[in-house]
Design a protein around this ligand. Structure first.
Ligand code: ADP
Ligand code: MG
Length: 348
């Protein structure tokens, strides 16, 4: 059965599939379950998965096999990133089960410069372009914010007071509202959220380190919270051209989603059950929003989750959306991989 043929929809949402390499800790006993069709029409776009003796075939806008480097991936998205400088609102998501390579795709491998992910690569490109557009009269101001959505609650990942040296201090956030408001110009305001002016990609990587640290502090307290929360990095760009007086306002949102695994295995109770329900709710809301946008429905259910409501102005309209569906190649992940591919096929 070809699941991706259930829908013949083709929206503005592009989907790239990325399969990570087999890791030493993966099981190898049951053999390969993923293959890539070589027929002309599916080359570089198709992926087949064998599950319980059945082959399921999918096609996406692009399929990156385990050999694809971070550079290979970035080449395919650099234009999309660039469009934020032209005033577009851009969202790039990483979707997949925990361990499938979402954070690797977004951030890269810590300490390995050539394995930087698309967040640092995007920022380097944006600041380089900003520099080169100076000669054409363009000047840009950039602001970043970084937040996490856990159990439908927003947590600020940047230090609220820049002179505050204790960067792990986030206990104040409990008393904050983080109410989301959209103004008529399509700008999003989150009350109490820290917004930092940035002038270089170095400054941003400094802030990214804080955010990672801030997340890992939560992790020890809350049992792997980072895989159960959505990480939202936002870069706001406003540009003005001194000779033409042209103005642009772009936004680049880069989102490392919570692990999509069905945590509902028996014994999931209490806090864990609440987490599961929150993740399922927001991921299914995301899917519902993409689906409604693709079908050009009048009502798009943005308000069903914090994530979709936060990103509302950056989804649909002339906004540009790309979703990575990350999958593991090992056979024990087969069930989850199939679920992820089906999810992605639904929104593609
Ligand atoms: P997730 O964020 O989805 O939970 P990670 O990005 O942490 O998954 O990836 C799990 C492990 O696999 C990490 O050790 C990561 O370095 C490794 N990994 C993921 N994708 C790749 C890749 N394309 N190449 C090499 N290693 C990868
Ligand atoms: Mg991760």
């Amino acid at each position: 059965k070809l699941h991706n043929t259930i829908l013949e929809l083709k929206g503005n949402i592009r989907v790239f599939c990325r399969v990570r390499p087999l890791l030493p800790e993966d099981s190898r006993s049951e053999g390969k379950i993923l293959s890539y069709p070589t027929s002309l029409d599916a080359q570089g776009r198709g992926i087949d998965i064998l599950q319980n003796g059945q082959k399921h075939s999918f096609q996406f806008d692009k399929v990156f096999t385990p050999e694809a480097s971070q550079e290979d991936v970035f080449v395919e998205i650099s234009q999309l990133v660039q469009s934020a400088l032209d005033g577009y609102k851009v969202c790039i998501f990483a979707y997949g089960q925990t361990g499938s390579g979402k954070t690797y795709t977004m951030m890269g491998r810590p300490g390995y410069a050539d394995e930087k992910g698309l967040i640092p690569r995007s920022l380097e490109q944006i600041f380089q372009t900003k520099q080169s557009l100076k000669s054409q009269g363009w000047s840009y101001e950039m602001q970043v914010s970084m937040l996490e959505i856990y159990n439908e609650t927003i947590r600020d990942l940047l230090p609220s007071n820049r002179s505050n040296q204790d960067l792990s201090r986030t206990e104040n956030s409990a008393s904050k509202q983080y109410a989301i408001k959209h103004d008529p110009n399509g700008n999003t305001h989150v009350s109490d959220l820290t917004i930092v002016d940035v002038r270089s990609s170095k400054e941003v990587s400094y802030l990214l380190n804080h955010a990672a640290h801030s997340r890992s502090v939560g992790k020890t307290q809350m049992n792997e919270q980072s895989s159960r929360s959505h990480f939202v990095f936002t870069l706001r760009i406003s540009g003005v051209n001194e000779s033409t007086e042209q103005q642009v306002q772009g936004v680049l949102n880069l989102i490392d989603l919570a692990g999509s695994e069905r945590l509902s295995k028996s014994g999931s109770t209490g806090d864990r059950l609440k987490e599961t329900q929150a993740i399922n709710k927001s991921l299914s809301s995301l899917s519902d929003v993409f689906f409604a946008l693709a079908k050009k429905e009048d009502h798009v259910p943005f308000r069903n989750s914090k994530l979709t409501y936060l990103l509302q102005p950056c989804l649909g309209g002339d906004a540009k959306t790309l979703m990575f569906v990350n999958v593991s190649p090992d056979s024990t992940s087969g069930g989850e991989s199939l679920c992820s591919l089906r999810f992605a096929a639904r929104v593609n």
